[in-house]
Every structure is written in C-alpha cells, then in structure tokens.
Design a binder for this molecule. Structure first.
Ligand code: FE
Ligand code: FE
Ligand code: MG
Length: 162
C-alpha cells in the first residue's frame, strides 16, 4: 500500500488484517451457504425465498471482494486456501441438510445475526482509527442488517400463510 495511505491507520495493521481475513472467510462461507441453499430449497414460497437467497449470495461475494481489496491495500494476503475458512471464520457454516425453506431461513437468519455482531465489533475497532476500513465495514454492516430484515420478513409472511 502507499506509504502515505498506510500512515493514516492508527491500529496494529497486522492484527487488523487478521480480523479482515476472518471476516473474509465468513463471507465465502455465507456466499456458499446461500448459493447452495437456493439450489436445494423446497417448500412454500420457494420462488420468493430462492430469489432472496440468490440476491444475498451476490451481496456476500461483493463483501468478500471489498475485504480482499482492503487486505491487499494494507499489505496483507487474503486467505488463500478454502480449507482455512472454517478455522478462521467466526460464524461457522450451516450446511442446508434440511432443504425446507423455513429451516433455510432460520439458518441464514442466525448467520446474519452473527455477521451483524462481527461487523459492529469491527466498526467499533476501526472508528476514528482507520476511516477507510471503517467506511467499508459500515457498508457491509448496512447490508447485513438489511439481510436479516429481509429473511425475517419472509419468515413472518410464511407464518401468516398457516
Ligand atoms: Fe456479508
Ligand atoms: Fe449477509
Ligand atoms: Mg435482500
């Protein structure tokens, strides 16, 4: 990264890169969980749920890209081996072994709540310390808050069909 840009960061850069790599691992697992969940989904409101899952998968992949670009700017290396994802990630991976849309929604709601937690902590860590990373984290956090709401709204609609 440019030396002048790097000098703006008032945090331990190595530690920051580690945190961003943990988030990157989470984003890839979230991406795949949504993507493969959309493939196997079964049950009421399947069409609507699949559309939402695919939209979220696209968002998670964009988040992974934003994090990887920032990691490189900071002089780090984005996690190179998928076998590291589970070890590094905070939110884990919930395989959609039960394809019922209601179960998929609940798994993904938990994932989003974990992501909100991860990014609010990262926001706290970077606020007033690294404005560039902070802005990226805020954009991602805004998406995760929207994701949770979208999924909970679908679950609520599903309840009203009963
Ligand atoms: Fe995300
Ligand atoms: Fe999300
Ligand atoms: Mg959405």
């Amino acid at each position: 990264m440019g030396t002048y840009g790097l000098a703006l960061v008032k945090l331990d850069v190595k530690e920051l890169i580690d945190h961003l790599n943990k988030a990157l691992a989470d984003e890839w697992m979230a991406y795949y969980q949504y993507w493969v969940g959309a493939k196997v989904a079964k049950g009421p409101m399947k069409g609507e749920v699949i559309a939402e899952l695919l939209q979220h998968a696209t968002d998670e992949l964009r988040h992974a890209d934003m994090l990887a670009v920032r990691i490189i700017q900071l002089g780090g290396t984005p996690v190179l081996d998928p076998s590291e994802w589970k070890k590094l990630g905070t939110c884990g991976y919930s395989a959609p072994t039960d394809p019922a849309v209601r179960v998929l929604l609940d798994q993904n709601i938990s994932g989003e709540q974990c992501a909100i937690d991860v990014y609010s902590k990262l926001a706290e860590m970077t606020k007033d310390k690294d404005e560039v990373t902070y802005q990226i984290i805020l954009q991602i956090l805004t998406d995760e808050v929207e994701h949770e709401e979208d999924l909970q709204a679908l679950a609520e609609d599903m309840e009203m069909m009963k």
